[in-house]
Design a protein around this ligand. Structure first.
Ligand SMILES: [Zn+2]
Length: 293
């Protein structure tokens, strides 16, 4: 009998006012004036993971690690993997390679200092490793990272490489080999790749969509690379002004997400990136931009 497929669960540890959707109404130099809700919200997720006996990966924003190092220590002490979600939550394709390298190093340093251990994984703000910013993979490997989970093989207005490989793969960079774990997609017939596995897709769409997508992906031997943000389980968060579409995307179904997350964790077996073993036999991809699957 084949062993059950291992999936990965991850949390992007940031607060509600850090998100790209509200970047135009919350300038970064005002982040310090907001009351943090990320600690309590992350603890709710930690408790849920305990209930489901899941060890996960937490991509922490450097800005958060610097302000609440105790939370980073607690995540580590509760048996989870720590990883990096940048320092300032800026879209990579709007940065120069040097700016990206500085931001990444700063974040890695504060997270490692708080956690008391090294981090090896990276996830870009808003999945902003796109065709125009593939150089980021070189910088990550040169900065000591061994894996990245920032490529979303879909068409989207902010992110995505629609024809990137859909399963874990390895890529040769200027800094050595890096393993990439794309966010899960599934297909219906000959249609485009459809996103599944958490965040807004778990929150905004009915749960049958997630269940269907996870099943279809598994039928293609694709693991579910799932993710959530702590603010997505916080219906009480203060409402920010902003564009109508941003408000719709950010505030819909916040009260339902915790239960949906529990249902998602019941769909299969989940682990962290560090422990999943999915990268070990992942194919080497030589020309990422032209690769199709
Ligand atoms: Zn983020």
């Amino acid at each position: 009998m084949k062993p059950p497929m291992v999936n990965v669960f991850s949390v992007d540890v940031e607060d509600y006012f850090h998100v790209e959707a509200f970047a135009d109404v919350v300038p970064r130099d005002r982040w310090g004036t907001y009351t943090l809700r990320v600690e309590n919200n992350t603890r709710r997720i930690l408790d849920l993971l305990d209930e489901h006996n899941v060890e996960a990966t937490f991509f922490v924003l450097g800005w958060v690690a610097e302000r609440v190092p105790g939370l980073v220590r607690e995540i580590a002490a509760r048996g989870h993997e720590l990883a990096c979600h940048s320092y300032w939550h800026r879209l990579i394709y709007k940065l120069t390679p040097a700016e990206f390298a500085d931001d990444t190093q700063r974040a890695k340093d504060v997270i490692e200092q708080a956690a008391g251990c090294q981090v090896f994984g990276y996830r870009a703000p808003s999945y902003s490793v796109t065709r125009g910013s593939l150089w980021a993979l070189d910088v990550l490997a040169q900065s000591g990272f061994t894996y990245d989970s920032s490529i979303f093989p879909i068409r989207h207005d902010v992110y995505g490489i629609p024809d990137a490989p859909r399963g874990p793969f390895r890529v040769q960079t200027a800094g050595g080999t890096l393993t990439e774990y794309p966010i899960t997609t599934f297909r219906l017939g000959t249609g485009p790749n459809l996103p599944v596995g958490g965040g807004g897709y778990l929150r905004l769409l009915p749960f049958w969509y997630t269940r269907l997508g996870a099943r279809r992906a598994a039928a293609e031997q694709l693991p579910l690379i799932a993710y959530i943000h702590p603010w997505e389980v916080d219906p009480e968060q203060p409402r920010l002004q902003g564009r109508a579409r941003s408000r719709l995307r950010h505030y819909t179904n916040l009260a339902r997400t915790y239960d949906r997350l529990a249902a998602l964790l019941a769909l299969g077996q989940f682990s962290s990136f560090a422990k999943c073993g999915l990268g070990e036999n992942a194919p080497m991809v030589t020309n990422l931009t032209r690769e199709t699957q």
